[in-house]
Design a protein around this ligand. Sequence first.
Ligand code: ATP
Ligand code: ADX
Length: 174
Amino acid sequence: MDKGFILWFTGLSGSGKTTISKALEPELKARGCKVEILDGDVVRTNLSKGLGFSKADRDTNILRIGFVANLLSRNGVVAITAAISPYQAIRDEVRAMESNFVEVYVKAPLEVCEARDIKGLYAKARKGEIKGFTGIDDPYEEPINPEIICYTDQESLQESVTKILGKLEELGYI
Ligand SMILES: Nc1ncnc2c1ncn2[C@@H]1O[C@H](COP(=O)(O)OP(=O)(O)OP(=O)(O)O)[C@@H](O)[C@H]1O
Ligand SMILES: Nc1ncnc2c1ncn2[C@@H]1O[C@H](COP(=O)(O)OS(=O)(=O)O)[C@@H](O)[C@H]1O
């Protein structure tokens, strides 16, 4: 399979973007795809090092990720992105760069993400130690028309992975 595409995950911190993308990678490779994951946390240590969490910086971060994902996908790679990408307008902009674009809304209620609090950042945000935290005092704009929604408070990880693979088959990407 040499058809590249972008699988764009979006969702609150702790919703499950990284977990699902990592579980999906071997499944796609087993189907002959070349895969790269551009994870928000990882990108922010290199490509987007120095950027903060203002709207302008988040938009810059997303455009950089979109740019690299586009380079990868047009060279036959499945580019999986896993950044919060909280703003609809900038998600629309990256979608417009690449026709092979599949948006996955990784959806879990804020309360669930906050209870998971993998990195302890929600607690810090509640205490006011982090300002402008997505979902607390910074917006998360829900995707208007994503190709896929994974309800990670109701589905198992395997169910989410199976759902995504099914949709990719239906769309003719795999
Ligand atoms: N169905 C599910 N799918 C994905 N993750 C789940 C599911 N159920 C529970 N989890 C748990 O939720 C957590 C999600 O954390 P993860 O780091 O993947 O989120 P994230 O969206 O990448 O967050 P961030 O934006 O902070 O990087 C993990 O601890 C994972 O085990
Ligand atoms: N103010 C904040 N809002 C959201 N996430 C934050 C914030 N500060 C630190 N983080 C951390 O940074 C990660 C989010 O980074 P990105 O996915 O790269 O965000 S995005 O908004 O620009 O798409 C989260 O995993 C979280 O751990």
